[in-house]
Design a protein around this ligand. Structure first.
Ligand code: DOR
Ligand code: ZN
Length: 349
């Protein structure tokens, strides 16, 4: 199946770029391909103020250099009890802060400063609804009594649905939706959309667990069942405007992925676009690929699609693609999606 498509330069509506040597090593993968990138704030300490967001933005731009003129990091701040509403409003009005990210405490990497229950922040969310500041949600219950694979559904039902009822004008993104419950939630709530990752589109819990646990596929929310994967694939390949690409690319050094405790996160910035293109091609829905990768998210956040274009060609490529990257500190990171990428070439027009 050989084919060529052109799409507006895509946006990544959810990405972790880290800081320091890791930022320097990974930022180019995002900056060379994507126009806008919604930057996650879960550094240690978290990006919790306008000033920290502005400084982080400048470090990202410096690390990206000037080879990618369209690339723009869009900054988020971390939702915690310390968040200063006046500072948020000022940062948003100044165009520095684009959204607030909510993490349930303990759900994932550097989420310790997050919330115990999203409903505790209603006052902040009313302000955000008035100011038209979007809320980005890591939708995962941390209740140990709830089965790991049911935690997205539980959070949506117990916390996010009541929030959407109480603050109906708040714009909400269910990040990295991982289940059919997440798909249904985005479809059922008017001001709610969902970002979707390449790995939740391409893999299921058997890939993660069999024949043995694969740390390279370990992320939060956990990659769920084949039925859930299929529900996500059908939602995104329908072209429905409530679904858009957010890679959740999240690099961790191999020393921390394969150590005593596997860190959650998959680095897919290098080949994630090919992974998604392969899904759309296999489903015979390549005509909706640009909606998912380049248009729906932009429309949801109030932007026009890029005027710049990328060309993707599906053909067998004979070059051996890299499987890891190295930072200047000597850390290695595994690149997700090499097999899919071997069928595609991606080039600027
Ligand atoms: O797998 C994940 N990794 N999920 C997240 O929500 C955070 C991310 C990270 O920062 O490593
Ligand atoms: Zn994330």
């Amino acid at each position: 199946m050989d084919l060529t498509i052109r799409i507006p330069r895509p946006d990544d509506w959810h990405v972790h770029l880290r800081d320091g040597a890791m930022l320097e090593a990974v930022v180019g993968y995002t900056a060379r391909r994507f126009r806008y990138a919604m930057i996650m704030p879960n550094l240690n300490p978290p990006i919790a103020t306008t000033e920290l967001a502005d400084q982080y933005r400048q470090r990202i731009l410096r690390a990206a250099g000037n080879q990618s003129p369209e690339f723009q990091p869009l900054m988020t701040v971390y939702c915690s009890t310390n968040l200063d509403q006046d500072d948020l409003i000022r940062g948003h009005e100044a165009g520095i802060v684009k959204a607030v990210k909510y993490y349930p405490a303990g759900a994932t990497t550097n989420s310790d400063h997050g919330g115990d229950n999203i409903l505790n922040f209603i006052d902040l969310f009313e302000t955000m609804a008035d100011q038209k500041i979007p809320l980005l949600v890591h939708a995962e219950s941390t209740n140990p009594e709830i089965d790991l694979f049911d935690r997205e559904a539980a959070f949506l039902e117990q916390e996010l649905h009541p929030l959407c009822e109480q603050v109906p004008n708040l714009q909400v993104t269910v990040e990295h939706v991982s289940t059919s419950a997440g798909v249904d939630f985005a479809l059922a709530h008017q001001r709610v959309a969902a970002s979707v990752t390449p790995h939740h589109l391409a893999k299921n819990s058997s890939d993660l667990m069999a024949p043995e646990f694969d740390p390279d596929l370990f992320c939060k929310p956990i990659i769920n069942s084949e039925a859930d994967r299929q529900a996500i694939v059908s939602a995104v390949t329908s072209g429905n405007p409530s679904f858009f690409l957010g890679t959740d690319s999240a690099p961790h050094p191999t020393s921390e992925k394969y150590g005593e405790e596997a860190k959650a996160g998959i680095f897919n910035a290098a080949y994630g676009l090919e992974v998604v293109a392969e899904i759309f091609a296999k489903e015979n829905k390549i005509k909706y690929f640009s909606s998912f990768a380049s248009k729906n998210g932009a429309a949801f956040y109030g932007y026009e699609p890029s005027q710049d274009e990328l060309q993707l060609t599906r053909e067998q490529v004979d070059v051996e693609l890299a499987s890891t990257l190295s930072t200047r500190d000597g850390d290695k990171v595994v690149l997700f999606g090499r097999d899919e990428a071997s069928h595609w070439t991606v080039s600027p027009i």
